[in-house]
Design a protein around this ligand. Structure first.
Ligand code: NDP
Ligand code: SSN
Length: 358
């Protein structure tokens, strides 16, 4: 069996020696998740760097059920641009579209093709990924006039990696599947840097066959992937993760400000936290700049507030109390009202200061 592995340098490779080790379950259990063997079709090339499709004949999965040759990418913001870039750099044949066309230009320079509408992208591509800001624009791009669904058809696949709620995902799924195509929701955990480094975590749900078809692409863009069953489950998992993250950032902000007010050095607090059981990369990464009131945007605050809102809606739908998240959401709303929507979500700390700094 051929095995696709991802090394710490981000390269994908096949290894028969690790393949034989991998048949031993005790070895597998010790592998970190991003090093667990992923069985793939034997038709994939075995040389590095991994160039999955450039050398293949132009055969559409629409007629042979094989591997996709052409990849579409819709939405080239903070996350979409590096994700599409990694696909291009891995040798994939990528066609891009973005509402603001200028964001396509760097990718075109790297070899991407361009189409002027989502419909034309999906019509030209076997599989199309979409990385869009929020539920409203994810629906508009997928289901609107000249939207992605209009270019879909049997044998094609649509993979929505935006963070939306389950209801939105199901709506988009319905439009895509009405064309005869397959649908996968695959929101990601991980921010700008993991997107650049191909270290995202995909939380997928939907058509299992499409999940298997696009797995090599997910492994170019990410370090691990979860298949969670029915459409809506990936969205729910993502919203719960981000609800926890948003609450953590809010209480971390309180701690930084409190430490300063009682005469402690907040930088030392960041260090103490990083040594103990509550350490998290997020605190070490963002803490030092938060102390300096700097919020270079990796994850826009407006998106974090959107995710808190959607997570609270999810909780409401099953009558689950989430008072901590509800309180944190209020802080993000205050930060938005202070004009911090496009700052990093760590700028939520400003909502706790007596006077908002510019
Ligand atoms: N940044 C992060 O750390 C992470 C973000 N996410 C999620 O990924 C998604 C994208 O995030 P990110 O890349 O940071 O966001 P950005 O705000 O950087 O990009 C948003 C994208 O959506 C497009 N868009 C917005 N409104 C519309 C519209 N009405 N019609 C068409 N396109 C539109 C933008 O186009 P244009 O360029 O024209 O504005 C852009 O391509 C969000 O759902 C976010 O929650 C998930 C994990 C991490
Ligand atoms: O949705 C954004 C997630 C950011 C992260 O996981 O670091």
């Amino acid at each position: 069996m051929s095995l696709l592995l991802k090394a710490s340098n981000g390269h994908l490779f096949l290894s028969s020696s690790i393949a034989s080790m991998a048949t031993c379950s005790s070895f597998c259990a010790q592998l970190p998740i991003h090093f667990r063997p992923i069985p793939i079709a034997s038709s994939f090339p075995t040389n590095q760097p991994f160039k999955p499709f450039s050398a293949q004949a132009s055969i559409s999965p629409a007629n042979d059920g094989g591997s996709p040759n052409t990849i579409g990418f819709l939405g080239l913001g903070i996350m979409g641009s590096p994700m599409a870039q990694n696909l291009i750099k891995s040798g994939c044949d990528v066609t891009v579209w973005n509402r603001t066309k200028s964001k396509c230009d760097p990718l075109i320079s790297l070899g991407a093709k361009y189409k002027p509408s989502p419909e034309e992208v999906t019509a030209a591509c076997d599989v199309t990924f979409a990385m869009l800001a929020d539920p409203e624009c994810a629906v508009e791009v997928a289901c609107g006039k000249h939207g992605a669904a209009s270019g879909m058809g049997p044998g094609k696949g649509y993979v929505d990696v935006s963070t939306v709620d389950g209801g939105t995902s199901k709506l988009i799924c319905g439009h895509i599947k009405a064309s005869g195509a397959s649908f996968l929701e695959a929101p990601v955990s991980g921010s700008k840097k993991p997107a650049e480094d191909g270290q995202l975590i995909f939380l997928t749900a939907g058509d299992k066959s499409l999940y298997e078809t696009v797995a090599p692409f997910l492994d170019i863009m990410g370090k691990s992937r979860f298949y969670l069953g029915e459409v809506g489950n990936g969205a729910a998992m993502k919203l719960i993760v981000n609800m926890i993250m948003g609450s953590m950032m809010a209480t971390f902000s309180e701690g930084l400000l409190l430490s300063e007010k009682v005469g402690l050095d907040p930088n030392v607090l960041v260090e103490v936290v990083s040594e103990g059981a509550i350490s998290a990369p997020m605190y070490s990464l963002k803490g030092p700049s938060m102390v300096k009131s700097l919020y270079p945007t990796a994850f826009p605050l407006k998106h974090q507030q959107k995710d808190m809102r959607l997570a609270l809606g999810l909780a409401e739908s099953v009558s689950q109390p989430t008072p901590i998240a509800a309180a944190a959401n209020e802080l993000y709303k205050v930060a938005k009202s202070h004009g911090l929507s496009d700052s990093d979500f760590s700028a939520v700390i400003e909502a706790l200061k007596g006077k908002v700094q510019s």
